[in-house]
Design a protein around this ligand. Structure first.
Ligand code: SF4
Ligand code: SF4
Length: 291
């Protein structure tokens, strides 16, 4: 119980400094996303990664940065936007396929230990890198878990690639779910605060939200963020969920864990306080980097 009380305190501290973990910080604290991770190891049927300056959604960045350039950018970002408390890496691909995110976090941890290092991942490689991430100062992790039943996940994710081998459909979904579960458990046991993103997809996983929430709660996750589907790529014909459907899903999840309701679906190179206008183009200009 004492350990749990300590963890609660630690989580309270984090959620009051991180704009996306359900505390008081959502309107006052900022984050900078460092787009250093180009490649993904799974294929979500709704995912369309793009380079441009105008689309406001995940998977989009103006450019990719090397870890060196990301390090220089973070120095500038802190001068430029002192409200920044979080250095996040959220793509545009998966953050654990290449070593770039880990290298960048090591730099940030050495130079700016006051920042919260925050990683988003699909979780396929999370167990493998959990200790390295924790040692590099990663204290908050977002794992996207769109289903905990392979029968459901096979309609959302068409294939995964693990150690050079491709697994499709049901088999891939099974491997992916088991890997995510082990990764979430390990990262939570190390002491990181885990947020679960669920992309809500009408008729495909909308009946399954409570099951996901229950499963991730048991693994040690702290908070859930339900994101409405942006219909594109292979799921471009599926309608986005209505506000009512979104609300219903949030209520279902809330029986198990707190639900974060301020998500702005940010780009992989976003900068500033979420929801208060993106400053990334100004930051890149200020840093002498062409976005
Ligand atoms: Fe796209 Fe993320 Fe899915 Fe990879 S894990 S396919 S980057 S949505
Ligand atoms: Fe926060 Fe949502 Fe933006 Fe991620 S996408 S930084 S959770 S507001």
């Amino acid at each position: 119980a004492c350990f749990e009380a300590n963890l609660d305190k630690q989580f309270e501290k984090i959620s009051n400094r991180h704009p996306c973990f359900g505390g008081e910080a959502s309107m006052t604290k900022g984050r900078v996303h460092l787009p250093v991770s180009p490649i993904c190891n799974i294929q979500c049927k709704f995912c369309k990664r793009t380079f441009n300056k105008f689309e406001q959604r995940p998977g989009v960045t103006g450019k990719l940065l090397t870890p060196d350039k990301a390090a220089a950018l973070i120095d500038k970002a802190l001068e430029f936007c002192p409200e920044i408390t979080v250095a996040g890496i959220a793509g545009p691909g998966d953050t654990l396929v290449t070593p770039h995110a880990l290298e960048t976090f090591k730099y940030v941890n050495e130079r700016h230990p006051q920042l919260i290092n925050c990683l988003s991942t699909n979780g396929l490689l999370l167990e493998r890198y959990a200790q390295d991430l924790f040692d590099a100062g990663v204290k908050t992790v977002t794992v996207t878990v769109n289903a905990v039943d392979p029968e459901v996940l096979q309609h959302i994710c068409s294939s995964i690639v693990l150690d050079g081998k491709r697994y499709e459909g049901l088999e891939g979904a099974q491997i992916h779910i088991e890997a995510q579960k082990r990764g979430i458990k390990k990262m939570a046991e190390l002491g990181a605060m885990i947020k679960i993103n669920i992309v809500l997809i009408p008729k495909i996983n909308d009946f399954h939200i409570a099951e996901i929430a229950k499963t991730v709660q048991a693994l040690g996750a702290a908070i859930i963020n339900i994101i409405p589907l942006i219909p594109q790529h292979e799921l471009s014909d599926v309608p986005a969920p209505t506000c009512e459907e979104l609300n219903k899903a949030r209520v279902a999840a809330e029986k198990f864990l707190p639900v974060f309701r301020h998500c702005q679906h940010c780009r992989a190179d976003a900068c500033g306080i979420p929801g208060q206008g993106d400053l990334s183009h100004l930051l890149y200009e200020y840093s002498g980097l062409d976005q």
